[in-house]
Write a new protein. Structure first.
Length: 203
């Protein structure tokens, strides 16, 4: 991995740390207790997007913090710069390393999270448009290698974050495509019991 790749990976890790640290602790402490006998897992789900990892208020807090905290401002600048560099990367391809697709899944998660994060903070359409292109590309893969759960899980996380953080920026048709791709994959794994030895679905 060259110096550019190392910086790209470093920014990704720092950005994820910022995501976790920016979620207000008080929000978690003040959340109503979840009833253990609730059968509908969607009960209490936020109706607005984004709602995965960060909310609209959390993104606003991050932007506000950057105005008064030089370290936060520097981190956001690095994240935006990394997102711009990634814009020039070609779309990902279905390329296994041995039996694993994990490298592709992780790169998908890095790219889409970076572009989605940058769009939420800057409002620039270029990030949302490139993320949309990649989301549709990944949704068209023949599978996400369900024989290895982590490969599929990280790819699903990539599409879920893109779908959620870019919900307002994505056309309804693209949202439907991404949502259906996630539903099909999760439905297949659920039907197989998320077995480590589950067979691949028919192509």
């Amino acid at each position: 991995m060259g110096s550019g790749g190392r910086e790209y990976a470093r920014v990704w890790k720092l950005m994820m740390a910022l995501v976790w640290l920016s979620v207000p602790l008080t929000a978690a402490l003040n959340s109503p207790a979840v009833e253990t006998n609730v059968t509908d897992i969607l009960t209490g789900l936020r109706t607005e997007h984004p709602r995965l990892l960060l909310t609209r208020a959390d993104f606003s807090s991050v932007r506000a913090a950057s105005a008064t905290n030089s370290e936060t401002a520097a981190l956001l600048a690095r994240a935006e710069a990394a997102a711009r560099v990634a814009l020039a990367k070609p779309p990902l391809t279905y390329a296994k390393q041995g039996k694993r697709l994990l490298a592709v899944s992780r790169e998908a998660l890095r790219r889409i999270a970076l572009w989605s994060f940058a769009h939420r903070l800057t409002g620039e359409k270029v990030f949302a448009e490139r993320a949309e292109q990649e989301l549709l590309n990944l949704a068209a893969f023949k599978d996400w290698n369900p024989s290895h759960f982590l490969d599929t899980a990280e790819m699903t996380a990539a599409l879920a974050i893109g779908y959620d953080w870019l919900f307002d920026a994505l056309p309804a048709s693209s949202r439907a495509t991404v949502r259906q791709a996630i539903v099909v994959v999760i439905g297949y794994l659920a039907a197989r019991g998320c077995s480590r030895n589950s067979k691949r679905p028919p192509e």
